[in-house]
Design a binder for this molecule. Structure first.
Ligand SMILES: [Zn+2]
Ligand SMILES: [Zn+2]
Length: 166
């Protein structure tokens, strides 16, 4: 799969049982899949080296690079933008359930701890932010799956959650 930002071939990595694609030779962005994310267990077992490595990727993307197209299905991805102290923008494809995260975004989260309260707020804003073009989400089942995946995604962002107990 090619990186949606810089078009380099992405490398598949295993983040503790969750497969992600990392733009290792390019912008260091990370591609997640909802259904992969929903495999993250409560303990986040094994989420180790690959994640640590990803955390050290520098910010190489411009902050306002605009919309990107989904590397899987080619449709424009929806950008979730939030104004908060720990701003992290995420691009989400509502067609195939993928997320794209710029490398620097992960790093800025590592540098600033997200509390449980902040995590909840962030999750709520993600859940509330739905584009109207997405008809698939009218489907209750899909919406439920999305909510579960977003919860895992948000947990993933709260990195202390995984790093503690190591
Ligand atoms: Zn890239
Ligand atoms: Zn897609």
């Amino acid at each position: 799969m090619k990186c949606p930002v810089c078009q380099q071939a992405m490398v598949e990595k295993d983040f503790g049982g969750v497969k992600v694609d990392v733009c290792e030779n390019g912008c260091k962005g990370i591609w997640f899949d909802w259904f992969e994310l929903s495999k993250l267990d409560e303990q986040g077992e094994g989420l180790g080296e690959a994640l640590r490595e990803a955390l050290n990727y520098p910010r190489e993307n411009t902050e306002n690079r605009g919309k990107i197209k989904c590397p899987k299905c080619g449709v424009p991805m929806h950008i979730h933008k939030y104004k908060s102290a720990k701003e992290v923008n995420v691009d989400e494809c509502y067609s195939c359930a993928g997320f794209f995260l710029d490398s620097g975004e992960l790093r800025s989260i590592r540098d600033s701890f997200m509390s449980e309260e902040e995590e909840k707020k962030y999750l709520d804003s993600l859940l509330a932010d739905m584009p109207e073009y997405n008809q698939a989400l009218a489907d209750q089942e899909k919406e439920r799956e999305r909510a579960a995946a977003l919860l895992n995604y948000t947990r993933f962002m709260r990195l202390s959650y995984f790093i503690k107990g190591k």
